[in-house]
Design a protein around this ligand. Sequence first.
Ligand SMILES: [Fe+2]
Length: 347
Amino acid sequence: MSDNRKPLLLAVDDESTNRILVKNFLSNDFDVICVETGVAALNFVAHRIPDIILMDYRMPEMTGKEVFLKIKEMKEVASVPVIFLTAEDDRETEKELFQLGAMDFISKPFVPEIARERVLRIQKLKQLQNGLEAEVEEKTKDLKTSGEKLERLSKQMVLALAGTVDAKDTYTRGHSFRVAKYSKEIAKRLGKTEEEQNDIYMSGLLHDLGKIGIPDTIINKPTKLTDEEYELIQNHPVVGSKILEEITEMPGLYIGARWHHERYDGKGYPDGLQGDDIPMTARIIGVADSYDTMSSNRSYRKVLPQAVVRKEILDGKGSQFDPVVADVMLQMIDEDVNYDMRQKDED
Ligand SMILES: [Fe+2]
């Protein structure tokens, strides 16, 4: 409402003397429209929404209460404050109307100056309420934007971290991204929700984060590792999960890092978990990780042929891999007739 426009008041009263009276004492503060019946009032509000309604309770045909209940059913008009004009013996009705949501009552006969004050007070209250609602709406919008910003930032941080890990390994460049991608696809085929798929993708991106603490020379060593070096490498799930457990905003992020080297038969590391004790996210990432390790270059060999990779997954089904997840991976391999799902030279 602009400042120079007066608020619109709809007065509903079957008695012309009352209509004239209302118009007289409220015209300074409101644009007053008077109608004689409830039906006319309903017709009016169907086309134009007043800022406030002043309504006689006792009217022939439709009573004020009937009109009021109809108004409450109209979505656009339901929140317009209604003040009733009641008679001395309408106390019980007032109680009922109040419970139904009427704003206030003015008893007839009324003193115009007091009635005016009451109407103005209700109008002010409504104005404040509208302003407050608008402000809350505005603030909620702000919060949503900053929430989205934060989420984007978290995602970028995760991507940057994954890139850092991958950069340490000169041979398996892009490993984390491929593992994340394959894991998400497996999750999708297993019927996981979009949100679960995205969580698994994030967890997949960071599954090797613990390698950050291992010297590049060990990671890229083309010859056999010493026991000591091997032990260092085997520590990466614990190191990675310790870092990720700190990120409380994304609570499940550490799961892939911690358990992607567990085996279904319980012979994996670091915790020797078995079967369904290994979280599903980690069972999925475990299969995707093994698949990508075989279908990408290593410091000691080139990409393995698809048939060899397929056989390894099949052989590991039920021992190294969850059989259900392995079956999904096998299905993906079989659909990949050109063996596109592997590390490319440009990766
Ligand atoms: Fe790993």
